[in-house]
Design a protein around this ligand. Structure first.
Ligand SMILES: [Zn+2]
Length: 222
């Protein structure tokens, strides 16, 4: 990979697997452009491009932005990035999206270098997310383990009720993880067959997981 200017990497991981922190570290150490679906949509809408306007119309109606719009935005992104490195985070999520991405990159003469899968035990994710708490009144975040409110269940700031988000209830998380696993398993197979899939252990500390990524990428990082 010496003659290439930047690595093109996909990061896969279940919601709550710790993917976000690994993405931050990779972007920082490898100087990558971070492409999350959220970033992509925000920039497209800010640019006012026709696709951006289309995306905005779905979002303001509270609807999911359809695949073909997202894929169109990804195509615009790869048309602009050239030889610079990037980290894709949250896209592709499904096999058809991965196949669309392959066509886009091939048309630009680009190729993927690595797909990193952060694999975390679902029950560990359930217990990690179940510790997140929030004030229902002012939205202040708390954490049952590392940042509990001074008085249990009561916000330090406003005195409101502090509890778990509905999204973080164990049964809700388990359902979300099952959907993720079903969508992502074929994606991992697809990239494994191409010989570019790297699987790392998300059950470790954030530093431990990152050490595994660095070791497997085998690229010079500090
Ligand atoms: Zn509060």
């Amino acid at each position: 990979m010496s003659k290439k200017k930047g690595l093109k990497i996909i990061l896969l991981g279940a919601p709550g697997a710790g993917k976000g922190t690994q993405a931050e570290l990779l972007v920082r150490d490898l100087g990558l452009t971070h492409l999350s679906t959220g970033n992509l949509l925000r920039e497209a809408i800010a640019s006012g491009s026709p696709l951006g306007q289309e995306a905005a119309s779905y979002m303001s109606a509270g609807q999911l932005v359809p695949d073909e719009v997202i894929i169109g935005l990804v195509e615009e992104f790869f048309g602009q990035i050239g030889e610079r490195g990037c980290l894709l985070d949250g896209f592709p999520r499904t096999l058809p999206q991965a196949q669309a991405l392959a066509e886009i990159m091939e048309a630009q003469g680009q190729e993927l270098d690595f797909v990193i899968e952060v694999k975390t035990d679902p029950e560990l994710i359930v217990s990690r997310l179940a510790e997140r708490l929030v004030c229902k009144k002012c939205g202040a975040p708390f954490h049952a383990g590392s940042k509990p409110p001074k008085e249990p269940g009561i916000c330090d700031g406003c005195g409101g009720v502090v509890e778990r988000r509905a999204d973080d209830e164990p049964d809700t998380i388990r359902k979300r993880l099952a959907v993720y696993a079903e969508q992502t398993a074929p994606l991992c197979d697809y990239y494994e067959k191409q010989g570019i899939l790297i699987t790392v252990d998300g059950n470790l500390s954030r530093e431990g997981t990152y050490q595994q990524i660095k070791a497997q990428l085998g690229v010079a990082m500090n």
